[in-house]
Design a protein around this ligand. Structure first.
Ligand code: AMP
Ligand code: ZN
Length: 116
């Protein structure tokens, strides 16, 4: 995916503040943070979303990276929210699967707001 910004980050062609990485995933800080801690975890390979035949080992690697990122960012004890915006109704804006890890502030209980 030549023109995918997250593929460009994975290839090292676009700067990002890397938090954690391994063979399968890279985590980096969101460019427009919506919480004191807001880090994205992406697979190194391009998958548009969760329905894009993501191999189990990649899905596991994304899931397993979340608590590692939380520990590195210092929110493992205080708690954090893990979010995937998947598809149009979820307002996914970057079409490369990614996991948001957000924390550093207490979030309200209800997770969703909808338009209309
Ligand atoms: P989503 O709305 O779930 O698709 O989230 C996409 C996220 O990617 C947003 O929170 C953006 O702020 C973030 N984002 C877009 N471009 C970059 C970038 N170059 N580096 C880091 N985060 C980015
Ligand atoms: Zn991509």
């Amino acid at each position: 995916m030549d023109d995918c910004i997250f593929c460009m980050i994975a290839r090292g062609e676009l700067d990002a503040r890397t938090v954690y990485s391994n063979d399968l995933v890279i985590a980096f800080d969101d460019i427009t943070p919506q919480a004191p801690v807001h880090t994205l975890i992406i697979p190194r390979r391009h998958y548009a979303d969760m329905g894009d035949d993501v191999p189990d080992e990649v899905a596991c690697a994304l899931f397993a990276a979340a608590p590692k990122v939380a520990a590195i960012k210092g929110v493992a004890e205080t708690g954090y929210r893990v979010i995937i915006n998947n598809g149009r109704d979820a307002s996914q804006t970057v079409q490369h699967l990614h996991v948001h890890v957000m924390g550093g502030v207490p979030f309200s209980h209800g997770m969703v707001h909808f338009s209309q």
